[in-house]
Design a protein around this ligand. Structure first.
Ligand code: IMP
Ligand code: MG
Length: 183
């Protein structure tokens, strides 16, 4: 058994800091869409914690849907290939849609999703991303709402995983190297 806390080298974003920023992001989105009636599309599974906090910070009517894509497999390096594993349950034509993602790294996943959802003719399509690693970007995509810019390190917690582990950490941190070697 590994204790979550013991696997973390450094906490880069505390629970309090994340909470405050998520509320600010929700306010920014509602400023742009004051009437609500938004569809938040969470990208499984990394965005689950983020989307649930984000939508609870919005005092207007929002609905949620999920997509699942795979680009990483079980490793910490991107494969560059995006596959849709779960599509939307609802039609988004003429709707105001926000893609909610945990992190933009190379940008491959979001670029693909953005183009895919755009082709379904939403009225507005925006991207809200908790974390941005601008150093690694190799496709042209920018989020409209960004929580935090972070340096190029592999992070876990608050929904983000390493080999499906550590999503339940309440903060975001950098893993110890020995954890990679072990799993
Ligand atoms: P991209 O397609 O390279 O932008 O990768 C985006 C996806 O890779 C995210 O949705 C995450 O699932 C995963 N990812 C990228 N960097 C990290 C990280 O530091 N920790 C955990 N997952 C990551
Ligand atoms: Mg993800």
């Amino acid at each position: 058994m590994i204790l979550m806390n013991n696997a973390i080298k450094e906490i880069i974003l505390t629970e309090e800091k994340i909470k405050k920023r998520v509320k600010e992001l929700a306010d920014d989105i509602i400023k742009d869409f004051p009437d609500g009636d938004l569809i938040l599309i969470g990208v499984l599974k990394g965005s689950v914690i983020f989307i649930s906090d984000l939508m609870r910070s919005m005092n207007v009517n929002v609905t949620m849907d999920f997509m699942a894509v795979s680009s990483y497999g079980m490793s910490s390096k991107t494969s560059g290939i995006v596959r849709i594993l779960k599509d939307l349950d609802f039609d988004i034509e003429n709707k105001d849609v926000i893609i909610v993602e945990d992190i933009i790294d190379t940008g491959t996943t979001l670029k693909y999703l953005y183009e895919y959802l755009k082709s379904r003719n939403p009225r507005a399509l925006k991207i809200c991303c908790l974390l941005d690693k601008p150093e690694k970007r190799n496709v042209d995509i920018k989020a409209d709402y960004i929580g935090f810019e972070i340096p190029d390190a592999f992070v876990v917690g608050y929904g983000l995983d390493y080999a499906e582990m550590f999503r339940n950490l309440p903060y975001i941190g950098i893993l110890k190297e020995e954890v990679y070697k072990k799993y």
